[in-house]
Design a protein around this ligand. Structure first.
Ligand SMILES: C[S@@+](CC[C@H](N)C(=O)[O-])C[C@H]1O[C@@H](n2cnc3c(N)ncnc32)[C@H](O)[C@@H]1O
Length: 257
């Protein structure tokens, strides 16, 4: 599916300039809105539509009336609780100053939570293979300012619009303290976030031997997996599973130190 970029219904000069910049950065066509509804534009352009607005960037996948946009989602409440007790941080053994590679960035809720925990001396890189998701989330992380306690942590996340296996293969051994994978669940679950509008465009690949070997080589302390509680991948790839009663997903870890 091709992607085009347009503006708000009544664009200001700033929004027009922003949309033109996005077109150049993503190498996609800029199409004048001409006061058309998103539904009308979907019919006319047969494309996913990025809409530049004053306050945020929205993506309307073809046929969807609800937009996908950046929001901290679960990071908003997880970062208000003691971070050392967050299940991802606890199982990873992440400490202040650690480096963390998120192989499946998605909405970046996990990456934001970890970024807040490791602090300014830490390093967070997030790979997202869907270029539209990577772009919307990357821009959102840089400009979202409604939760001041998270602004710095969000800005520190470096987004890479690449497949994580390709990225891992460029890394030296022990490049990151913790490497994390949260592939799309094969079973549909109800989501509290606006990810549902983009779900069908997300990369649905599951863990493979190649991915695991590359992750284990590049991780210094641990490789961590989040998956559906029915997933057999924990046992298949040698993770120690942390059972979380009454939750739809579990975490697993392979520790090296
Ligand atoms: C379940 S979501 C991750 C949610 C994320 N942990 C969060 O906190 O929002 C999975 C995301 O990873 C992306 N993805 C899946 N496999 C990938 C891969 N091999 N390389 C890069 N991105 C991948 C998908 O496109 C999707 O956006």
């Amino acid at each position: 599916m091709k992607t085009i970029v347009t503006t708000a219904y009544r664009p200001t000069a700033k929004i027009l300039a922003e949309a033109e910049k996005i077109a150049v950065e993503l190498e996609i066509p800029f199409i004048v809105r001409n006061k058309r509804s998103v539904e009308r534009m979907h019919a006319d352009e047969q494309a996913d539509i990025l809409v530049a607005l004053n306050e945020r960037l929205e993506l309307y996948p073809m046929g969807k009336a609800e937009p996908f946009f950046f929001h901290p989602n679960s990071a908003a409440f997880r970062t208000k609780r003691p971070l050392a007790s967050d299940p991802l941080i606890e199982i990873s053994g992440l400490e202040e100053g650690d480096s963390f590679l998120d192989c499946t960035l998605g909405m970046a809720s996990d990456a934001i939570t970890v970024s807040q925990h490791v602090g300014p001396t830490g390093r967070i890189v997030g790979c997202e293979s869907n270029p539209n998701i990577a772009y919307v989330i990357g821009k959102g992380l840089q400009r979202y300012n409604s939760m001041p306690h998270l602004t710095a942590a969000m800005k520190r996340i470096q987004v890479r619009a690449v497949d994580s296996i390709a990225y891992l293969n460029t890394l030296d051994e022990d490049s990151f303290d913790v490497i994390y994978m949260d592939p799309m669940f094969t079973e549909e679950i109800k989501e509290a976030s606006n990810f549902s509008s983009i779900r069908s465009s997300a990369h649905r690949g599951q863990l493979t031997d190649e991915w695991m070997e590359a992750a284990k080589r590049a991780a210094r302390k641990a490789v961590v997996l989040k998956a559906h509680f029915r997933s057999q991948d924990f046992e298949k790839f040698g993770f120690t599973r942390r059972v979380r009663p009454n939750t739809k997903f579990h975490y697993g870890v392979i520790k090296f130190t």
